[in-house]
Design a protein around this ligand. Structure first.
Ligand SMILES: [Zn+2]
Length: 261
């Protein structure tokens, strides 16, 4: 039996369903991911025109269908349209990557408390054109937290050793799952070089409840390239997502991951 449900939701992705209808992937207020079809969305007199678009947050009324996971939107109206995205392709490319990352990494119907607030914070910050590289990295770390793939930045991911006073671990192993100590890094296996201070910075972003702490961090170009490479490799290896959308987003930020080690 179909139930009618009212909720607040943010748009993650939109794609065509037929010549006149769209599919929308939503992130609900309780941190679940959900998909609706919007029938007749592309018709000239559709009641949905202007009521939803990429990266809107909306009030949504939908018929919940138990069987196939594709629910039917009945009505929606915007709470936040975030006009900054309509004139800034760079911000749109970044938000597009985050929406896609959440769709690919987060299982449908599993609630992730705080994810809705985190995604909305990132959308607000990106729409204001601030520190996009830091915003992307912070959100990637939060998504990894939600799926239980938290990279280790404080202790050696291989043997658990704490760094010597004043000497952070100088390498990151994607396969081991985090920074590794000098002993472990000499035992073979590919490792990426960590810049001084980088593991502490990423560890603090990982634990920061709000994107503000990443936005307020001033990073050098070298640091940005280094954390983009580390997180990109980690996500590709453990989640098998990223790819083209991430490369477009990083190119939009202005510091593309160049794939060298
Ligand atoms: Zn070690």
């Amino acid at each position: 039996m179909n139930r009618i449900i009212k909720t607040t939701a943010s748009v993650l992705r939109i794609y065509p369903y037929s010549r006149s209808s769209n599919i929308v992937d939503w992130l609900l207020r309780d941190g679940r991911r959900m998909t609706t079809v919007i029938k007749g969305a592309c018709r000239p007199k559709s009641a949905f025109l202007g009521q939803y678009d990429l990266f809107y947050t909306c009030e949504l009324l939908y018929y919940s269908r138990e069987n196939d996971g594709l629910h039917i939107a009945r009505e929606c109206w915007p709470l936040k349209a975030r006009d900054g995205f309509r004139s800034n392709w760079r911000a749109t490319a970044c938000a597009g990557y985050l929406g896609d990352l959440i769709c690919r990494a987060i299982f449908r119907s599993t609630p992730h408390a705080a994810l809705f607030m985190q995604y909305n914070q990132c959308l607000d910050a990106l729409a204001k054109r601030t520190q996009a590289a830091q915003i992307l990295a912070w959100m990637e770390l939060q998504v990894l937290n939600h799926v239980g793939l938290r990279p280790h930045f404080s202790r050696c991911a291989s043997c658990g050793a704490a760094p010597q006073p004043g000497m952070a671990h100088g390498a990151f192993s994607v396969a081991a799952g985090g920074v590794i100590c000098r002993n472990c890094s000499t035992q073979g296996g590919a490792a990426l070089k960590m810049l001084p201070g980088l593991s502490r910075m990423l560890h603090s972003w990982q634990q920061a409840p709000e994107v503000r702490s990443a936005v307020n961090t001033i990073c050098s170009k070298q640091q940005i390239l280094a954390f983009q490479k580390i997180l990109g490799r980690f996500i590709e290896y453990h989640l098998d997502v990223g790819g083209y959308g991430r490369r477009v987003a990083l190119a939009a930020v202005g510091a593309a991951d160049t794939k060298e080690s």
